[in-house]
Design a protein around this ligand. Structure first.
Ligand SMILES: Cc1cc2nc3c(=O)[nH]c(=O)nc-3n(C[C@H](O)[C@H](O)[C@H](O)COP(=O)(O)OP(=O)(O)OC[C@H]3O[C@@H](n4cnc5c(N)ncnc54)[C@H](O)[C@@H]3O)c2cc1C
Ligand code: FES
Length: 255
């Protein structure tokens, strides 16, 4: 797989320190699936040298663009936030696995912590298009850090939890999981690892419900060469997030 140079179509701050970047769609990204990611090179002069992994947020085949939703946290994402319409950006992908799910499952619980909502929005789009029932639990610090709810498919049932109670209920997003355990067939999560561990403790009582989480680690190559992105599973065996993940079943990692 090769880096491709693609044109920026739009790059806007949409809430707090979160930007939505739209990039022209090329052939290799046309078949990308929710959960997959790209390595995006934030500068053409190799400073910083390494790409930054970003989930594919949505693909719009009609308008021929794909988007990423990103938080500005450091050097690379700051550079990214300065890109404007017409700038050229280098991209490698799609990489990693798609969020797994069984075709026969009907009821899906998606759990998003912070910027972890980025890949789950598109996954929800696809599930709704396949006539599935989708509940999305959204956890955020406060009302200003919640993804615009009107941008989510209207058929998705949404519950928001904020740390300070300024939108939705006050508390941690994982507190809501138990209300859906009777109903749900499959669970998908993206967010901080603490959220995964807490969810695993709650879901752990009914191991028959598959729960897949998208894991993150800083990545140097994104293609299985540097071994920098390994996480250990419950048996102590290393798994590369970039090639075997980013989606792993929770019980594979935590038992
Ligand atoms: C598969 C995958 C998908 C991702 N998808 C998204 C996404 O859709 N939107 C988004 O905003 N971010 C996403 N990330 C995280 C994103 O890659 C980092 O925020 C980004 O690389 C930071 O680059 P920087 O140069 O701005 O920050 P740096 O200067 O490199 O670091 C600034 C801060 O960010 C932390 N950081 C760096 N890389 C990561 C990482 N991989 N995970 C968590 N914290 C990190 C550093 O520890 C440091 O505290 C994803 C990461 C992975 C592995
Ligand atoms: S990022 Fe290099 S092996 Fe995964």
């Amino acid at each position: 797989m090769k880096n491709v140079a693609l044109k920026v179509i739009e790059n806007n701050q949409i809430y707090k320190n979160t930007f939505l970047l739209k990039i022209e769609l090329n052939n290799s990204l046309t078949n990308a699936q929710p959960g997959q990611f790209i390595m995006i090179y934030t500068s053409l002069n190799f400073e910083p040298l390494l790409g930054r992994p970003m989930s594919i947020h949505r693909v719009n085949h009609d308008k021929k663009y794909f988007s990423i939703l990103y938080n500005v946290v450091g050097k690379g994402t700051k550079l990214l936030s300065n890109k404007i319409n017409g700038d050229i950006i280098n991209v490698l992908g799609p990489l990693g696995n798609a969020i797994p799910f069984k075709k026969e499952s009907m009821n899906f619980l998606l759990i998003a912590g912070g910027i972890g909502i980025a890949p789950l929005i598109w996954f929800a789009d696809k599930l709704i298009a396949s006539n599935k029932n989708v509940v999305m639990l959204i956890g955020a610090q406060n009302k200003d850090s919640v993804f615009p709810l009107n941008e989510i498919d209207q058929q998705v049932e949404i519950e928001v939890m904020t740390d300070d109670g300024s939108l939705g209920s006050k508390g941690l997003v994982t507190e809501k999981i138990k209300h859906y355990m009777e109903w749900v067939d499959e669970i998908s999560l993206c967010g901080p690892e603490g959220m995964f561990q807490s969810a695993n403790r709650i879901i752990g009582t009914s191991k028959q419900i598959p729960a897949y989480a998208l894991f993150e680690k800083e990545m140097a190559c994104g293609i299985g060469i540097c071994y920098g992105c390994a996480i250990k599973d419950k048996d102590g065996k290393p798994n590369l997030i970039c090639t075997k993940g980013p989606s792993f079943e929770l019980k594979k990692i935590y038992g």
